[in-house]
Design a protein around this ligand. Sequence first.
Ligand code: FAD
Length: 243
Amino acid sequence: MTARTAAWHAATVVASRPETATARRIELEVPTWPGNEAGSHLDVRLTAPDGYQASRSYSIASAGPGTRIVLAVDEVPDGEVSPFLVHDLRDGDQIEVHGPLGAFFVWMPSDDPAPVQLIAGGSGVVPLFAMASAHAASADATPFRLLYSVRTPDDVFFADELEALVGERFALDLVYTRRAPANAECAPARLTVEGLRAAVIPADQRPRVFVCGPTPFVEAVSGWLIEAGHSAARIRTERFGGS
Ligand SMILES: Cc1cc2nc3c(=O)[nH]c(=O)nc-3n(C[C@H](O)[C@H](O)[C@H](O)COP(=O)(O)OP(=O)(O)OC[C@H]3O[C@@H](n4cnc5c(N)ncnc54)[C@H](O)[C@@H]3O)c2cc1C
């Protein structure tokens, strides 16, 4: 693997569309982008006409050597940056991005034959989707499993793409916290330690685990994984903020 050095880049919005009821998928063309591993993120910097600047981190839903980058931004009500990205950004707009960042929270094919467990809360699925897609595109035979906690069926990011990945090498478990589909086996409820244990690769298989989402979600899940016997050294986490 060649090292990809983080730098500032000019990015142009080339496409965008609703991802969920509250989120938008944004595709950027970044001619100087060095490519990125699956799971990395970047910083977006916006500059107002009066020179005021604001930056926030966003995971990259795409991976590989190309110069097209896909982001998926969920609106945080009353937030400073995400409402602008979701509602006001237009095709052709220019923004600045700094990256790629986050070499620790990435997946790439390796000699480690252990299965990979992904655990997402809400928009935390963005980097995990990049990992699942990169895995599907590779010859890597290790099994992947994604446990994805969302409020309702309308809040599932990358719903069709995730469904299409399901097969011998990828399993998807959705947990609905507020409203479940009519044919769901379980009533909507927040993820619990028991629910987690039932839906993740058992600790005795020594999976590599990637957990991403709002900070309280990541902290609860990490604690439950340790309680269930998973080694802290096998768990990687990314916190999106919030309390
Ligand atoms: C490494 C990394 C990757 C990220 N990737 C993504 C991504 O792919 N998609 C995405 O939608 N977001 C992602 N985020 C979150 C993103 O950086 C912003 O925090 C989020 O968009 C809110 O920014 P804002 O300016 O709208 O809100 P702010 O003005 O910063 O905050 C407004 C209020 O919302 C709270 N808040 C801030 N962030 C969150 C949050 N994530 N959840 C709940 N409450 C919050 C704050 O505490 C504050 O009270 C990522 C964060 C990190 C650190």
